[in-house]
Design a protein around this ligand. Structure first.
Ligand code: CIZ
Ligand code: SF4
Length: 321
């Protein structure tokens, strides 16, 4: 409607005035992803968001995603202003992995290489030997395992279990989970598969093992998008945040994409295939961030912490280059 169009126009103007660029995650709402594309920004997974932000010439990055993505951008480019539509956009993996507790867990296993998922606070990253995203975690753990290293993994237990099974690596696991992926239900998925026997099932490995077991392809957001292009199927059942449908449908307009079920019939779920924190990244909040910046929107990372967290982040970007 007219009001939304006005906001979009206003944001375009503000991006130019501030020499700012919009960096959006695949899980944000379609209208935000479209805006990022129209304005020369990027729509990506957390790895590519980090790389894009680091390499872009803009003075200001506006990161539409969740807090750890803004923090990562700030750590990698301390001289840029990093704004977020809201600093309240958290992540259950980050929230479920407090730095002091995680550090104590690491202290109990001094002989292990600490590998943490990007979905963590700067302080947890600072304690890690490696930071990974789901698009390169498997490869890295394979590499570490081949060198005889034992691993301490955090915080997502489903992703950790999946990698452990695939690689046979020696891993101890922090027991975190994503509120979105943890909700996919295997019986309901079986039922849906019966209705669509021709459909391929695409699964993000933050999902429970029983869901991964039914997958035709398992992978990160970018890998699932690729699978949706490469597999010959016309229909796909997708077990990840429904924000990803924007890109899948754009690349394959003639294919059909269905949400994997988050509950059986009549049941309720907390976050039905859409991350409540990703959903906070709306047009109004983006315009506000660009207009006012400041305490409500600007990301700061304590410099000493940033320096420590930068080490494993740089290793991640170099490993996956
Ligand atoms: O679940 C997430 O938050 C994901 C998939 C992040 C990312 O892009 O790696
Ligand atoms: Fe975190 Fe899950 Fe939301 Fe991703 S989808 S930001 S892992 S809560």
């Amino acid at each position: 409607d007219q009001q939304r169009a006005d906001y979009r126009a206003r944001i375009k103007e503000l991006l130019q005035q501030n020499n700012a660029v919009l960096v959006a995650h695949y899980y944000t709402d379609p209208e935000i992803q479209a805006l990022a594309e129209e304005t020369g920004g990027c729509v990506a997974d957390s790895l590519e968001m980090a790389r894009f932000g680091r390499d872009h010439e803009a003075d200001t990055l506006i990161v539409a995603g969740v807090r750890f993505m803004g923090e990562t951008a700030k750590i990698l480019t301390p001289n840029k202003t990093v704004l977020m539509p809201t600093l309240k956009a958290e992540c259950s993996l980050d929230l479920g992995c407090p730095p002091e507790d995680f550090s104590a867990f690491c202290d109990q296993h001094p002989d292990r290489t600490v590998v943490v998922y990007a979905n963590t606070s700067a302080a947890v990253k600072a304690r890690a030997d490696w930071v990974v995203t789901s698009s390169m975690a498997l490869e890295l753990v394979e590499d570490l395992d081949s060198k005889g290293e034992k691993i301490l993994w955090g915080p997502d237990r489903h992703l950790g279990n999946y990698i452990q099974k695939q690689t046979g690596a020696d891993m101890v696991m922090w027991q975190g989970a994503c509120v979105v992926h943890d909700e996919f239900k295997s019986q309901a998925l079986l039922d849906l598969k019966k209705v669509h026997p021709e459909a391929a099932v695409l699964v993000h490995p933050e999902s429970p093992e029983s869901i991964i077991a039914m997958a035709d392809a398992v992978g990160s957001t970018s890998q699932l998008i690729k699978a949706s292009q490469e597999l010959p199927n016309e229909t796909f059942i997708v077990a990840t945040d429904r924000g990803i449908f924007y890109k899948m449908q754009q690349l394959q307009p003639n294919k059909t994409f269905l949400e994997a079920p988050t509950a059986g019939e009549g049941a309720t779920c907390r976050s039905c295939a859409h991350c409540p924190w990703m959903a906070m990244n709306g047009l109004v909040a983006i315009a506000e961030a660009l207009e006012h910046g400041g305490e409500q929107h600007e990301i700061h990372v304590e410099p000493e912490l940033a320096k420590q967290a930068m080490v494993p982040l740089d290793k991640m970007l170099a490993f996956s280059a």
